[in-house]
Each structure stands twice: as C-alpha cells, then as structure tokens.
Design a protein around this ligand. Structure first.
Ligand SMILES: Cc1ncc(COP(=O)(O)O)c(C=O)c1O
Length: 387
C-alpha cells in the first residue's frame, strides 16, 4: 500500500514520544503527574450539559446538521462578539460555527493556499498552522517569536519577496505556548502589512477568555480595517471547559467565511445540533462571573507553579493569560533533556518547547489543567530538583 507522501512530511507528533515514555513508566509502576496537554480538568457547566440533554431528545437534532450551523448559534456568536468586544458581524455572512477552532484552522489552509504559496507562521506556535499549510501544498515561512520582542513577530524581518508570495499570516494571542499578549497597536501594524502585501490574516483567539489579574484580551477584529483583511478563530473549549464537545467559530471577512464554508461543506457535515444548543447556552447564559471564578482556579495553580519553578532555578514570568507556564531552561539544558530529566527523576511530564518550533528551544511548557491535588504533588516533586 502506498500512503500519500504528505504523511512522510508530518513532523513527529509532539506528544507521541512523551506518551510512549509515560506508558513505559506507568507499566513500571510510576505515579506520573502530567503538565503536558492543555485540556481543562474542570467540568463543563451543568447548565450547558442540561442543554445537551434536553435537545438530544428532539429527533430534529438526530439528523445531519447544516454546515453553516443553526441561525440561532450564529446569532449567539455575533451577539457575544458585540457585547464582549463591541464589534458587530452579520450573522448570515460573517460568522461560521466550527467543530472546534482546530478544524477551522486546518480547513482554512485549503481556502488560502495553493501549491507553492507561502504562509507566514509563528515559531514557536500551535502546530496546526504549519501542518495545514503543508497539507495544502504550501510552504511555511517561520516568523520567529522571541523573548526580546515580547514574543511578537518582527514584521520588518519578513523578506519583501516572501511577503509578496505569502497568502496568509497566522497569529495567536494570547499565545500558546509562550503566554504572550498582543495589543491593538501591534494588530494595527499587522493590518497595514496585510493590506500592503494583500495577505489574509488569520488570528487564533482560542485563549482570549482565559485571563488573569484583570487583564482583558482584545480581539484582532477590534482593529480598524481588520474585517477587510482577516478572520478570527474562537473556541468554546477553553473558556467553558468544553474541549470534548467540539465547538468553536470563525468571524470576519465575508469572502474568507464563505471560502471556509465551501471547503467545510465538502468535507464535514457540521456540528452535532445538540452540541450547537450547548454552545448557545454557554454564549448566552454563562456569565462573566462564572468565567472569572473558573479562571481563578488556573490563577492559583499558575501562582504556585511560577513560585516553585523560580525557586528551583528556572526563570519563569507570570503569564497574564492562557493555560500555560513557559519556563526558561537553566544553562546546560535543552528543552528535551530537561523534560526527560523531569520525567525520569521526578515522574513529572512537561512539554519541550522545541516541539513548537526551533524558537521554542530553551523553554519548557507546563499546563495548568491538572487537578489541584496533582499540581501540588507534581510541584512537591519539582521542589526537590536542583539546577
Ligand atoms: C492556539 C490554539 N488554537 C486552537 C486550539 C484548539 O481549539 P479547539 O479545541 O477549539 O479545536 C488549541 C488547543 O490547544 C490551541 O492551543
């Protein structure tokens, strides 16, 4: 059997080697604490589950959904954007429900990239941007995110000929894995750049609601001119602890929304309708107090983690958003050797920054989505490490 060559181009799956090691250690009886994947351990709000239970009895929801989702869900998304960011969208043309942001991001590449085209991709970054580009036959031009630039790409470093061949720029703030933030001044520069080179901007705002210390994340779509050049991906996964239900959205330029809908309607059949009703319930009836108290749980874990890691010699800033702590490796350690040491000696799983790209080297990522007692257990073990 001949599998397509593109499968050979896939980078080794970030968590595969770690999962193999975990399985090996568990088989030897080790009690592993994982700060690996960012997948909320806190349950989905019960009101949202109730919406699933009640609507799943209706036979109308047992059938194929429409690819563009229920009009009620599209309105709920546009109303949420209006009240949260003050930005209005036409829910018939500028809003598209997704089976999670990841699905939309992967499919978006098929709308924007022809073989030979260039995508501008952040490094380190969520791997789907470059994998989607490769699946569409394009090339990723990596935009280094570096500490010295507050983990924002330096647009002046993008060579003129690359910018001219680029069809899309991917951005993600609050950022995974670095925890970095972007403001509207930066987004304005992005809009100007995109207009100059006729590049579509795809902003992934999956973590915009997971914020701490009174920080409020802006939407790229608040930037003047953003709707002319771009689209924003959003997710209910992290905001409402709904990773397992698979629901997110895209909003923005109607041509990009229409392109994404055309790709999706040929490849998937939309979000299960009962799950769409969960989304409507979450967006309309889970208030900001609930979100704040949910974020408090992560904030407590963040504070404990930052303090312990700093005390053992790692340099760790306190992130104001997102589900991760991004810690600098001590001298003499690579991200892989440090992750291996923490697993081998302390049975604690962290993610090596190199897995997110070349510029992630020298850092490890720890997720805040581990239950409190396991966070304590993991940190107690790390507290005995010395670097
Ligand atoms: C930056 C970023 N975007 C998107 C996603 C996926 O979101 P969803 O669950 O909506 O597919 C993740 C998940 O970890 C992420 O880190």
């Amino acid at each position: 059997m001949n599998l397509a060559a593109r499968l050979d181009k896939l980078p080794p799956y970030l968590f595969l080697e770690i999962s193999r090691k975990i399985a090996e250690k568990r088989a030897q009886g080790a009690d592993i604490v994982s700060f690996g994947i960012g997948d909320p351990d806190i349950p989905t709000p019960s009101k949202v589950i109730d919406a699933l239970i009640s609507t799943s009895h209706d036979p109308a929801n047992h059938r194929y959904p429409e690819s563009d989702g229920l009009p009620l869900l599209r309105s709920a998304i546009s109303n949420w954007y209006k009240s949260r960011f003050g930005v209005s969208f036409d829910s018939n043309k500028e809003v598209l429900p997704l089976i999670g942001a990841k699905e939309g991001i992967g499919h978006m590449a098929l709308c924007l990239i022809d073989p030979g085209d260039i995508a501008l991709v952040p490094d380190p970054g969520y791997p789907v941007y470059s994998v989607g580009t490769m699946f569409a036959g394009g090339e990723s031009h990596m935009m280094p995110l570096q500490e010295k630039n507050a983990w924002l790409p330096d647009l002046d470093l993008i060579p003129e000929e690359v910018a001219r061949k680029a069809t899309v720029m991917w951005l993600n703030y609050p950022n995974n894995p670095t925890g970095a933030l972007a403001d509207l001044d930066f987004f304005k520069k992005v809009v100007d750049f995109a207009k100059t080179y006729e590049i579509a901007v795809c902003h992934d705002a999956a973590y915009s609601e997971v914020t701490f210390d009174d920080y409020v994340a802006p939407s790229f779509m608040e930037t003047p001119g953003a709707i002319d050049v771009g689209i924003e991906f959003h997710s209910l996964s992290k905001t409402y602890n709904m990773t397992g239900w698979r629901i997110g959205s895209a909003v923005g330029d109607p041509e990009l929304i229409d392109g994404l809908l055309r790709v999706k309607s040929n490849l998937d059949s939309g979000i299960s309708q009962a799950v769409q009703y969960m989304g409507i319930e979450a967006l309309e009836n889970i208030n900001s107090d609930w979100i704040t108290s949910n974020n408090e749980i992560y904030k407590r874990r963040r504070d404990r983690m930052v303090s312990v890691l700093n005390s053992i010699g790692l340099i760790v800033p306190t992130p104001k958003a997102g589900l991760y702590v991004w810690a600098k490796c001590p001298d003499g350690w690579t991200s892989a050797s440090l992750a291996a040491e923490l697993l081998d000696k302390h049975s604690v799983v962290v993610t090596p920054g190199r897995g997110y790209g070349e510029y992630g080297e020298g850092f490890i990522r720890l997720s805040l989505t581990t239950p409190d007692d396991r966070v304590e257990e993991g940190l107690n073990r790390l507290a005995s490490a010395e670097f």
